[in-house]
Each structure stands twice: as C-alpha cells, then as structure tokens.
Design a binder for this molecule. Sequence first.
Ligand SMILES: [Zn+2]
Length: 206
Amino acid sequence: MRKNVGYLFSFLGLVFITLINPVEPEAANHQSTRYGNGFHYAFYDSSVNSTHEQYFNLARTYWNQSPKVGIGRTYSRTAYTDKYSVASGDINTLVLGEVFPGYYDTAGVAKYNIGMDDKWDFVNLVLYTNTMQYAGGSSYSLSTASHVAAHEVGHTVKQKHPPSNISLNQSVVQTGYTFNNLPVIPGGSGNVQITTYDLNSVNSKF
Ligand SMILES: [Zn+2]
C-alpha cells in the first residue's frame, strides 16, 4: 500500500542495499469488495491545494479510462467517499504515499483496523509531497507526482503490486522507484494514458 524509496532487506538473509522499494506491507490479493464497485467519489480535503489537485485529477483520469471504473470528485464528504489528502511525511522513511482502508461497523462508526485484503467501504489516501520532492530531486514534476498519486489511487480500485517482471512503464502500481529518477505518469501529464497491463488488471477486478 505504501509507496516509497528505501533500503530493502531480503527475507532470505541476504542484504540488498538498493534503492528499490520498500517496507510496504503488501496485501496478498486486494480482492476485497469495496462498496460501490469501481464507481465512487473522492473528496479532496483542505490540505489539498491547487497544485496537489492536479496530481489527484490526473490519477483519477488514469484509472477512469477503464469502463469498470468511475472515480468522480465530490465537494462534500459523505459515507463511502474516499478521502484524498496531502501531509508532511518523514523523509527518513521515504514513504511517498499511503492508503488506509476503512469500513463502517454495525453501529455505523468508521473503523480502520483492517488491511487491503479485507472488505472495505472507503479509503483514505495520503500523499507526502515533501518526501516526493526530496526523493525526486530535480526530476520531481507534475508528471512524477501524478504517477505516485496514480499508484495510490490504483490501490483504491483493488490493484496490488504486480509481479517483478512487470516494469514501471507497464504499471503505475509497480514498486521500485529510484532517487532522482521517479517515473512519470504514462503519456505524461498532458496526455494521460492507462497502460495495457493496468487496464486489463483493473477490468478483471470489477
Ligand atoms: Zn503500493
């Protein structure tokens, strides 16, 4: 769920000092049923300024190219809408963004003690723009930030990290960003184009 750049320790006991991804706990399937299937709304909270809005807009545009997905924007948060926000992250962890799935208990109270493999009703999504700028350095741009946003929004439509033979160019949900060479959203910010891999993957989930 979390997207970052950092050191990875292999569970085989070998230590790889590498700039590929992360300490992100990965859900096994992301096959859970979200309320409203692929069609739902996103609410941008007050932390999102006019620049950040573009990241989220392009990320929605990316996934909305699937006929199975329709993520609209709403200006008033209600139950079952996702919430998008921006926060100041800890650059030492190099986490670029995270998603937090939530659900409503029988009393209607929002709870978050679940993972992406459980049934969720909505997702809170956070981008750490300061960490993105730190990791991206001179390559930080609208297109790179939008790639990170599209990665996280992908998790909200049941996308898990693809197998390692799928490249960053083939899927925005792939991990393995490197410092000063963050990937850009496919097509670039002016002509966002969902990849074949991501299109087929999201179509298969709904
Ligand atoms: Zn992720």
